[in-house]
Design a protein around this ligand. Structure first.
Ligand code: AHR
Length: 511
């Protein structure tokens, strides 16, 4: 009898061991567009993000620049197709008075950057510098307005300075005096940052009222602004519920959401020297984004079933201890294959939720947190996160293709996560792109992809991986990790079989 049971169970054991990851892509069913702004970035006056990162000064003799903005950074971000850039914070935004950052530089007052190390902020990079830089980059600016310590008048004046037609007010006269005649037409405006915390420690109910007051005085004749309310932290669903209920639809276009992949706020651990257990926890926090977006969206659906309002994840990414020997307030951290895994899985989540997620801003672009670029004087390197974002930029403005994913587990101790993450889209030329991530630190994964409703002839691909999860690009070895061409995708009839190495991100193109 025992023998019989064994033979009965055997096929199931075998099935489990050889379990096949499978993806069915409904190529004939896409209807929602992946807003290019999902691939957005964030630049705060924090550490060396702005000063030394983007901006090195107009008269810098050592570092090639255009109007003070590093030429190497401009080139790298253009290649990334950076669609939108959020500025000037972060927590800094609610201490920032924009009029201190305009006009002749030698007349601009200084201040202490109280959130980030009490360093001197000389205001040499201000509104004109930021908006002109966005034009150079071909990126839309997203200005985060000061609600916490500013006034409705100050924010209303900023909108006039940036957006109103020439000659229409003292603010536009000021703009002209500062060398800029035509408006920049800034569309995206945030009203405060983390209003529940560094932006004023407000309750949701109180902030909703303050929001209504500030938003009333922000307008641009003939052109609708896209006003973004300071959103919830992580799973604060009450915040989203109150804002949806209390802010009239005509006063806002989107709600924010912030979520960082941090192991423990009191013990974040090293960015490069981490165990598999720590990696697992980071990935668990990163994958939580799916649940957060789903649940915040469900609340928004109750008030806005037509999905007119956006969810803007305007801060996301991995957060670790700073690099040894660097200023703890500058949040400078290295970037490994772990960060590539965070980026690949998170962008897949945003793509798959593009019916509600209209923008996201990785924190932060240069030298801060999960940066895409690191600089050291005249040297500049691209991180694994940069490479994932560059590989994935094929999804920008493409039609998202719904998919069904069955994944093996990635198990560490008694806990498990799905090993595979995926998203797919069809671009305007008809090419299909599938982005796949295997987060499993030990095992490669075979994936069988079935394309419903599509006949294709060729498959090509690119892969980002490395020998060790802890590997990173350094100033000494800047190209250690970079995308390579990928040949482990094989067409079999209407199926593609793919072999994904451990901790790898792959983007396939089908034609
Ligand atoms: O990105 C760093 C900081 O994290 C931002 O200033 C703040 O909004 C968040 O808490």
């Amino acid at each position: 009898m025992r023998k019989k049971i064994f033979f009965f169970i055997l096929p199931f054991i075998a099935m489990k061991i050889n379990a096949q990851n499978s993806i069915v892509i409904h190529a004939d069913m896409g209807k929602d567009t992946i807003n290019r702004n999902i691939y957005g970035h964030f630049a705060e006056h924090l550490g060396h993000c702005i000063y030394g990162g983007f901006y090195v000064g107009e008269n810098n003799p050592k570092i090639p620049n255009v109007n003070g903005v590093r030429s190497d950074v401009i080139e790298a971000l253009k290649k990334l197709k950076i669609p939108v850039l959020r500025w000037p914070g972060g927590c800094f935004a609610d201490t920032y008075h924009w009029k201190d950052g305009i006009g002749p530089k030698d007349k601009r007052p200084s201040m202490l950057n109280v959130w980030w190390g009490n360093v001197k902020e000389d205001n040499s990079f201000g509104t004109n510098e930021f908006l002109n830089m966005c034009e150079l980059l071909g990126a839309q600016p997203y200005i985060s307005g000061n609600v916490g310590s500013g006034s409705p008048q100050e924010l209303s004046d900023w909108v006039k300075y940036a957006d109103h037609p020439n000659g229409s007010s003292p603010m536009t006269d000021l703009r002209q005096k500062n060398g800029r005649t035509n408006p920049w037409n800034v569309k995206y405006w945030g009203l405060g940052n983390e209003a529940w915390g560094c932006g004023g420690n407000m309750t949701a109910e109180y902030y909703a009222n303050v929001y209504r007051q500030f938003a009333t005085f922000m307008n641009n004749p003939g052109k609708r602004l896209y006003r973004i309310a300071s959103g919830a932290s992580d799973d604060d669903y009450h915040w989203t519920e109150v804002l949806m209920k209390e802010i009239p639809p005509y006063l806002y276009d989107a709600l924010g959401l912030h979520h960082y992949s941090v192991i423990d706020w009191n013990k974040k651990s090293s960015a490069t020297n981490f165990s598999e257990e720590e990696y697992f926890i980071t990935m668990k926090k990163a994958l939580l984004m799916d649940e957060l977006v789903t649940k915040h969206s469900a609340i928004m659906d109750k008030y806005d079933p037509a999905k007119k309002k956006g969810l803007v994840v305007d801060e996301w990414g991995g957060w670790y201890d700073v690099e040894p020997g660097t200023n703890p307030a500058f949040l400078f951290q290295q970037n490994t294959m772990r960060d590539a895994m965070i980026a690949g899985t998170t962008l897949n989540i945003f793509n798959n939720h593009c019916d509600r997620v209209r923008m996201a801003n990785l924190a932060q672009t240069i030298n801060v947190l999960q940066a895409v670029i690191l600089t050291n004087e005249e040297k500049m390197i691209l991180t694994p996160t940069y490479h994932v974002m560059e590989m994935y930029n094929v999804h920008q403005d493409a039609v998202m293709l719904p998919l069904e994913l069955t994944s093996n587990d990635y198990t560490v101790g008694s806990e498990k996560l799905k090993a595979i993450s995926a998203s797919a889209s069809r671009d305007k030329n008809g090419a299909i792109h599938i982005s796949l991530v295997n987060i499993d630190a030990e095992n490669s994964q075979d994936v069988s992809i079935t394309m419903n409703g599509l006949i294709f002839k060729t498959v090509t691909g690119r892969i980002l991986t490395s020998e060790r999860l802890q590997n990173y690009n350094s100033f000494e070895n800047p190209d250690k990790i970079e995308p390579k061409s990928f040949s482990k995708a094989i067409i079999k009839g209407s199926n593609i079989s793919v072999k994904l190495p451990p901790f790898s991100a792959v983007v396939l193109e089908l034609k």
